[in-house]
Design a binder for this molecule. Structure first.
Ligand code: ZN
Length: 132
């Protein structure tokens, strides 16, 4: 890889998420007031506007909601094409955009996937998903 992937900006809302990934844990938020699961991280519940947001560890199991095959990319991803980017719906109901790893012939909507932790460098890990 000739260029490094730029790291995400970590703020108060998202820090536990990124720290969790470095510890090989996938964390999402849950509202302590209405019980809804929340992703991406934020400080106020988007369902009931409560500030009682808690973090919870999830299994990282889910299914493919949507995906696309990337044939052209720029920067650090240029040499990795073709690759699959998709939206995974976790068992907890939240959806996250991610890289999907595996045999492209096998990748389909609704197929089960599980998280894998792709360590990019010493303090930066991304959640990718692979077919179960
Ligand atoms: Zn709520």
């Amino acid at each position: 890889m000739s260029q490094k992937i730029s790291k995400p900006v970590t703020d108060e809302e998202s820090r536990p998420f990124w720290e969790g990934l470095n510890n090989k844990e996938l964390l999402i938020q849950q509202c302590g007031s209405c019980g809804e699961n929340i992703f991406y991280p934020r400080s106020i519940c988007p369902y009931c506007f409560s500030e009682e947001i808690q973090w919870r560890k999830v299994t990282g199991n889910g299914k493919i909601y949507s995906y696309t095959v990337v044939h052209q990319a720029f920067g650090p991803y240029k040499e990795e094409v073709p690759f699959v980017v998709g939206i995974v719906e976790l068992d907890e109901g939240v959806r996250m955009m991610t890289r999907i790893i595996g045999d492209r012939e096998q990748i389909e909507v609704d197929k089960e996937v599980t998280v894998l932790f792709e360590q990019i460098d010493d303090d930066f890990t991304l959640p990718y998903f692979q077919l179960v």
